[in-house]
Every structure is written in structure tokens, then in C-alpha cells.
Design a protein around this ligand. Structure first.
Ligand code: GLA
Length: 386
């Protein structure tokens, strides 16, 4: 929904008053998958599509939450915020509010209307987008915009970990909060040091392809993968003191791998260490305009997520395989947590239509339903709109 229309809806729902408007993007990760929680490098960017909010302050202690995407409206008393299954999407804003209140930040009543255009469950971080959105609203309305953006990112992750109960890493909230137009963020998840890289794709376009297989992070094997990585870390620590798997170079890892007892755990750890190296190479390739090599790294990343980390599945594998066979494509991989959701492809601009048509047909033939394609530019992080 467009912002003008959203403002009208807001007035219908909550009456007249001074409305403030905000936008928070979705994200894609170019490369560096399942290593944010292993202290590795990730390379995500914010999308142009995301979540809008219109907000007005109230004189009491009530936060009203409504969305144009869902019928469910939730009214929260700030004196008593708890997770409720039936509050569904509203648990994300509630979680952020709770974490911020516990940290002592000032919050009072508000009327909020949300409108998102990130496809839900597509792995493009609709939940992180909503979380950071609420953090920025609270910062701008009640805390004179004094809270550091990275602190808001950490609060959002904490809300998802402790309130919603999904043990995610920091990548999604960071990409959403700290994104910059036309730039990807190279983030060291160990230190939270980061730098921006120009995404100059020249004759190529980044195509986002949705398998249309829904995935939910808390239903997936996400937490199981995290536990397997922790197991590998413990075993490696018997010989070498490290805080996270991605502190190891590939050479160091190769010499320590035999300390890990179970084969599946060895595979997870191997992915993490080698993926981390690929991210650094991909960053250099992009900076040097070596797009074919960048594309090759995307493919290697996908293969590792398929064979070692085992988080792809028939839909993502088929989509990536068909993309790589289609005209104009120089690289493709799953993006996000996996188990469904989205993949990305780097495609020659002059072949885009043919590419989309071929992939759509062949994927539908193999899977039984069509994928969707999104052509988003790289957008700004969460911000208040003028
Ligand atoms: C999800 C999580 C992130 C990250 C990715 C996989 O998107 O929220 O923290 O772990 O999966 O790279």
C-alpha cells in the first residue's frame, strides 16, 4: 500500500492528529549464509521494498497495533507485556517494546498502523524489518533519536531471541537497520565492525526468485544447525581455544577437523569455515568488478549449503539449477535461512525476460507450481520519512 493511502487508512482507524511515517526495508544476503552465529562475515543488503508504519502518540499507556496485511488488531497495555500465541504478528512489536522497556528506555502510548510489502515467509526478513521499524519509532518519538542504530539492531535481535523464541543471528536486523542505497554491508559478526561496498553490477541485475514454498524459521531445523555448530566448537576447543568457528582459517580447520566426532557435525563446521573465506573473496571480486568470479562464488556457496549444511531442499535446488541453465545467468544461490524461501541470481540485463520465462516454466514443470520473481534495487535502512 502507498504511503498516502496508508495515512488515509490511519485516520479512518484512529482519527485526526499529527501522523509520523516510517519505512523499514527487507533484506537479501549476497553471500555468507549461516555464519552470522558462527562469528563469520556476511554480505547482505537492504531492499527497496519493506514495511511502512504510520504512528501517532497517545496520552495514555496503550499501544494499539494494526496492520493492513492482517485482520488481527492488538491493544497492549505497557504495564503488562507478555508473549501470546494469539497475538501472532503483533508479538514482534511487543517483543521490541518489552526489551526496550527492560533496558529503561522511555516509551508511552501510541497508535500504529503497519503496511508491509515483503512477501511473508519468503526469507526476506519481514520480521526483522518490523522489529527494527518499531525500535526506530520508539527512538524518534520518545528518546530524541539518541539511541544508536546498532543498539536498536541488537535490541531487535534480542526481542526475536528472547520474546519470540527464534535463536537467529544478527545479520537480518543489521542489514535492515544499517542498509544504504546501492551498497552491500560487509559485516564481521564477531566484532560488529562493518564497511559498505558499492554494488556495481554493470550489465547484470540481481534477480530475487521465490520458491513459493513457505518457510517458518521456528519450525525449521535452524536451531538444530546452531546446536551442531556449538558441538563442533566444543570439540575443537579441546585443542585450540577459539570463541567461534569462523575464527579458523580453512587450513587450520583442515588440521583440526578430525577432533569432531560426528560426520554431520563435521560437515556443518566445514561449511561455516569455508563460507567465511568465500565472503571475503566475494567482497574483493565485487570491488574489483570481477563479476563472473563473484557469480562462481555464489554457486559454490549454494553447493555447500546443499551438500554440507543441508538446508536447501528440492525447491531451492531446482530453482538454482534452472537459473544456472537459463540464458544470461552467471551465478545463483539460496539466500537466508533456506528450507524454502528465496534464491538470488545474477543475470545479464539483456536476457532478463527470457531468463524469467525459462526458469518459471522449468521450475513449474518439476515442482508443480510457479516461482515468483522480484526486481528490487538496494534500498536505505530503517528511517523516518519526511
Ligand atoms: C536467518 C537468520 C539469520 C541468519 C540466516 C542464515 O535469516 O535470521 O540470523 O542466520 O538465517 O544466514
Amino acid at each position: 500500500m502507498e504511503l498516502m493511502e496508508l495515512k488515509k487508512e490511519f485516520t479512518k482507524l484512529y482519527g485526526e492528529g499529527e501522523i509520523r511515517a516510517f519505512h523499514s526495508p527487507g533484506r537479501v544476503n549476497l553471500i555468507g549464509e549461516h555464519i552470522d552465529y558462527n562469528g563469520g562475515y556476511v554480505f547482505p543488503c537492504a531492499l527497496e521494498f519493506g514495511t511502512y508504519a504510520c504512528v501517532k502518540e497517545r496520552a495514555d499507556n496503550i499501544v494499539n497495533l494494526a496492520s493492513t496485511n492482517f485482520d488481527l488488531k492488538v491493544s497492549v497495555n505497557l504495564d503488562n507485556i507478555e508473549y501470546k500465541v494469539e497475538d501472532d504478528w503483533a508479538n514482534y512489536p511487543k517483543g521490541v517494546i518489552k526489551v526496550m522497556m527492560d533496558k529503561g528506555y522511555k516509551i508511552s502510548g501510541m497508535d500504529i498502523l503497519i503496511s508491509g510489502n515483503i512477501p511473508n515467509g519468503a526469507g526476506l526478513s519481514s520480521s526483522a524489518s518490523l522489529e527494527v521499524l518499531i525500535g526506530v519509532i520508539i527512538n524518534n518519538l520518545f528518546n530524541q533519536s539518541k539511541i544508536d542504530k546498532v543498539e536498536l539492531v541488537k535490541i531487535s535481535q534480542k526481542a526475536e531471541n528472547t520474546f519470540v523464541g527464534v535463536n537467529c543471528g544478527i545479520m537480518d536486523q543489521f542489514a535492515v537497520g544499517m542498509g544504504k542505497a546501492n551498497k552491500a554491508i560487509l559485516l564481521d559478526c564477531n566484532t560488529l565492525n562493518y564497511s559498505y561496498a558499492d554494488v556495481k553490477l554493470e550489465d547484470y541485475s540481481l534477480v530475487i526468485m521465490n520458491t513459493n514454498k513457505r518457510r517458518a524459521l521456528n519450525e525449521s531445523k535452524y536451531n538444530e544447525r546452531r546446536a551442531e555448530c556449538e558441538e563442533a566448537l566444543k570439540e575443537i576447543n579441546r585443542e585450540k581455544e577459539i570463541n567461534a568457528l569462523c575464527e579458523l582459517t580453512t587450513k587450520e580447520y583442515d588440521s583440526l577437523e578430525s577432533l569432531i566426532e560426528k560426520e554431520n557435525v563435521r560437515k556443518r563446521a566445514r561449511h561455516a569455515v569455508y563460507e567465511n573465506e568465500r565472503v571475503k573473496m566475494a567482497f574483493n571480486c565485487l570491488n574489483e568488478g570481477k563479476l563472473q568470479e563473484f557469480g562462481n562464488l555464489l554457486v559454490q556457496s549454494h553447493n555447500s549449503l546443499r551438500d554440507l549444511y543441508e538446508v536447501t531442499g528440492i525447491e531451492l535446488d531446482t530453482l538454482v539449477e534452472e537459473a544456472l541453465k537459463a540464458p544470461g545467468c552467471i551465478g545463483a544461490r539460496m539466500t537466508g535461512a533456506g528450507f524454502g524461501g528465496c534464491a538470488i541470481a545474477l543475470v545479464d540485463k539483456s536476457h532478463i525476460d527470457e531468463f524469467a520465462k525459462t526458469v518459471k516454466e522449468n521450475y513449474a514443470k518439476a515442482i508443480g507450481y510457479e516461482p515468483s520473481f522480484y526486481f528490487s534495487g538496494i534500498g536505505e535502512g530503517t528511517e523516518e520519512l519526511a
